[in-house]
Ligand binder design. Structure first.
Ligand SMILES: [Zn+2]
Length: 94
């Protein structure tokens, strides 16, 4: 199971999908980059209810603590510029 399975597509000019798991909020942007916001799952309902999701994001999450997630959908932080976690990077380099 990847975090991509937990995402719900949304209508927004810059956000592609949002989701939550284990109390964490995940936001995936239209450019494909996803971020995990620790213990911010409750923010998801507020985001869905917001008139403008992009505006809500900038006001509430733009400067919040977050972690860029592996683009393959792993629950692991990205370790380099190509957007992969260590495990995926090891697979590519094999
Ligand atoms: Zn990975």
């Amino acid at each position: 199971m990847t975090y991509l399975d937990d995402l719900t597509e949304v209508q927004s000019s810059n956000i592609a999908a949002i989701g939550e798991r284990d109390g964490h909020l995940i936001v995936r942007f239209n450019n494909g980059v996803a971020y995990r916001y620790p213990e911010r799952a409750r923010t998801m309902d507020e985001m869905i209810a917001a008139e403008s999701m992009g505006k809500f994001f900038h006001q509430n999450l733009a400067f919040a603590k977050c972690e860029k997630l592996c683009s393959k959908g792993c629950w692991s932080p990205v370790v380099d510029k190509c957007g992969l976690c260590q495990a995926c990077l090891d697979k590519v380099n094999k």
